[in-house]
Design a protein. Structure first.
Length: 709
């Protein structure tokens, strides 16, 4: 091929081979492909985003739910729903229907801002009726804007059931499971949790009002108002707070109580329905207990009817008697024994005491080991300063004198403990609490404790001190939350022993002096007990660090008012006593300050005689007088106008807490009625804010300036 031919061929190869139409078509196809690629990429991004969202949504929900639960536990650790479940489980089917069908109940449930007062004699079944009412409300509520909250007052929990904690429990129940209502609670948590402070009653009331304003109707049920503490005004203030809520929203309030005059007077112009055991309910209950009764009753229908008739005739409106009378038949084995027991059933005012006497008689008739075990169980429960769990009482009964550790083979079975107590003890399965069958059981045991088991307090105090002196606790406090939590879980009796050993020791100090001294002179044992007794119910991060260090025996005995033990320890080391008396813990509190704060006059006098300075500065209240005034304790001699501390001066401290007698004493001693204070500027403002009318009147009578700024 010639050069010309080759050039021609190369030129042809370089020529554009496509026609215009083909080019346009190709470009269109390329655009379509480009669009399809972009769409595909967008779809991939969408799928990826959706997948990420699907993964994140449950994680975020889990985090939100965890935070919600954490806030609920922070505001109130009390589990009233568990108590509700325990009570309802014991209901005999069909009982209490008379109450639900009563016209008074129907009117209360349908009437905006209504109140229903349900008084009854002891043992009438008021708590069960309250539980039945609560259960009915919870099951019937369909509208999400209607909520139910309830409180079970308990004579064993009076120290914990103050106005603030009760209102907090109501707030918790109203927002539980409803994060959309939780904003007021979240705000409270932000304001206080990181500072380690707790919200005041006013703050919780404000949060409650905010939550309730987003609801159409709120039902509040309070059982056993008579078991609510009232020596400090808790009961009166609780009722005032609930009525304040009623004035601003549709809050419907139901309360049960014994016939206590001042409680009855609080409800004198309001709807009332008395609670008493109906004949039909008693018969239903006894019929439901037949499976527990001796075979001779189970096999004979006529004997079953006789049992129902006789018990129904004898209870006189007291459901508790039906239970006690039924239990009195458990150890009878022949129809003759059954009939003889039924013939002896008492009626009237002595019936309950006679039923308890019969139960004690049956306990005393057991084998010696079972009798002693029953005595110990009943004594522990009746003397206990708070409700005991089954694990705690089993552990306490396993402690052996002079031993330095717990033998797990000595721990009794809780079912055996219940079985030897003749029906006077029950276990709440949901909460794990072992308790007496009724408040009247406590009252009866208190009346006979001096003769039936006079050594009980000594045994209990010795058990607590022996346990606290175990080798496991001599290495002192725990450095982390996790280690403290592990210690509490493994040593189930430690919390109770640390908090209440001194209370049980106080009446019998001389009898346990040696045991108490051994514990009090061991630095590690004291540090362990101090850390545990300082634990708050509300466990924020780092809670294990919130306790005073450098505690010695003088601080601990002052806390519990153990003057005799303290005197012995001080006199055993006279050369060190002058230094010891002035020793302060890491919070700056000396023994005099602690004794004054807790109102232990004998310890205050002892320490003053030993050279303690009543005007020494330190602690939250700055000095012993302010500490005493804040606690409502009168007998501490110091400068009534000394400044400093949380309240600035003693008069302000006493006025803000409503302690009228202390206010009068301070004024008589020359306290400045118009002295400036902290939050409310002066004592008059502090008393007015707290609603302490008698204190306000007293201050005004002493020329307090009502216009002071």
């Amino acid at each position: 091929m010639t050069d010309g031919g080759r050039l021609k061929k190369a030129g042809e190869a370089l020529l554009w081979k496509f026609k215009k139409e083909e080019v346009v078509s190709i470009l269109d196809r390329m655009e379509r492909l480009k669009s399809m690629v972009e769409i595909a990429l967008q779809m991939d991004h969408f799928k990826l985003s959706r997948a990420i969202k699907d993964d994140i949504t449950p994680v975020r929900a889990h985090v939100d739910n965890t935070e919600h639960r954490s806030h609920l536990e922070w505001i109130s650790p009390t589990d009233y729903p568990a108590q509700q479940s325990d009570i309802v489980k014991r209901r005999q089917e069909g009982t209490g229907q008379w109450f639900l069908d009563a016209p008074e109940v129907a009117k209360w449930r349908s009437e905006a801002k209504g109140t229903l007062f349900c008084p009854g004699i002891p043992g009438a079944g008021k708590t069960m009726i309250a539980a039945i009412a609560i259960d009915s409300l919870l099951k019937s509520v369909r509208d999400s804007s209607v909520r139910v909250a309830y409180i079970y007052c308990n004579y064993k929990d009076q120290k914990e059931q103050d106005v603030t904690s009760i209102l907090a429990a109501i707030l918790k129940q109203l927002v539980q499971g409803r994060p959309s209502l939780a904003e007021p609670l979240t705000r409270l948590h932000k304001q206080h949790a990181n500072k380690g402070t707790r919200p005041l009653a006013d703050e919780i009331s404000t949060a409650l009002q905010s939550v309730i304003s987003d609801l159409s109707t709120v039902y509040i049920v309070v059982d056993a108002l008579d078991e609510c503490r009232n020596d400090d005004g808790t009961r009166r203030w609780l009722l005032a707070r609930i009525r304040d809520l009623q004035s601003k929203a549709d809050v419907r309030f139901l309360a049960t109580s014994r016939f206590i005059p001042d409680i009855v007077d609080e409800f004198k112009d309001l709807r009332r329905l008395e609670v008493q055991a109906s004949d039909e309910d008693v018969r239903r209950f006894v019929a439901g207990q037949v499976h527990r009764l001796p075979n001779c009753i189970q096999r004979k229908h006529d004997l079953q009817r006789l049992v129902q008739d006789k018990i129904a005739e004898s209870v006189d409106g007291m459901f508790l008697l039906a239970r006690l009378h039924t239990d009195s038949l458990l150890d009878k084995r022949t129809p003759k024994e059954i009939k003889a027991t039924l013939a002896r059933l008492s009626k009237g005012s002595v019936a309950l005491d006679d039923a308890y006497k019969d139960a004690i008689h049956r306990i005393e008739g057991q084998l010696a080991g079972d009798y002693e075990r029953a005595k110990n169980v009943l004594s522990w429960i009746s003397y206990a300063q708070r409700p005991l769990t089954t694990a705690e009482i089993c552990c306490a009964l396993a402690v052996e004198n002079e031993e330095e550790e717990l033998d797990p083979e000595n721990v009794p079975d809780v079912e055996d403990l219940v079985s030897v107590c003749a029906g006077l003890v029950v276990v709440d399965e949901e909460s794990g609490v072992i308790r007496l069958v009724h408040y009247t059981t406590q009252e009866y045991l208190e009346r006979i404790r001096g003769t039936w088991n006079p050594e009980a307090q000594l045994d209990i105090a010795s058990t607590c001190l022996t346990y606290l002196s175990f080798n496991d606790f001599k290495n002192g406090s725990c450095p982390t939350d996790a280690e403290l939590e592990k210690r509490i879980q493994q040593s189930v009796f430690l919390d109770y022993a640390a908090r209440y050993w001194g209370t049980h020791t106080s009446p019998i100090e001389d009898d346990v002096y040696a045991l108490a001294s051994s514990f009090l002179l061991h630095e590690g044992s004291i540090s362990c007990a101090t850390q545990v007794m300082s634990m708050s119910t509300y466990k924020d991060d780092g809670y294990s660090e919130y306790f005073p260090r450098n505690k010695i025996f003088i601080h601990v005995t002052a806390r519990f008012g153990l003057a005799s033990i303290l005197k012995g320890l001080l006199e055993s080391s006279e050369e060190e006593a002058a230094i010891t008396v002035k020793s302060k813990d890491s919070y700056g509190e000396d023994g005099l300050y602690i004794a004054a704060e807790n109102g232990h006059e004998a310890v205050v006098k002892l320490l003053l005689d030993k050279g303690a300075d009543p005007n020494a500065q330190g602690g939250r209240y700055s000095n012993a007088l302010q500490a005493a005034s804040s606690g409502g304790h009168e007998a501490v001699g110091a400068d009534p106008n000394a400044q400093g501390g949380q309240y600035s001066n003693a008069l302000y401290a006493a006025s803000s807490r409503g302690h009228e007698a202390v206010v009068k004493l301070l004024l008589d001693k020359g306290a400045d009625v118009n002295a400036q204070g902290r939050q409310y500027s002066n004592a008059l403002q502090a008393a007015s804010s707290g609603g302490h009318e008698a204190v306000v009147k007293l201050l005004l009578d002493k020329s307090a300036d009502p216009n002071a700024q």
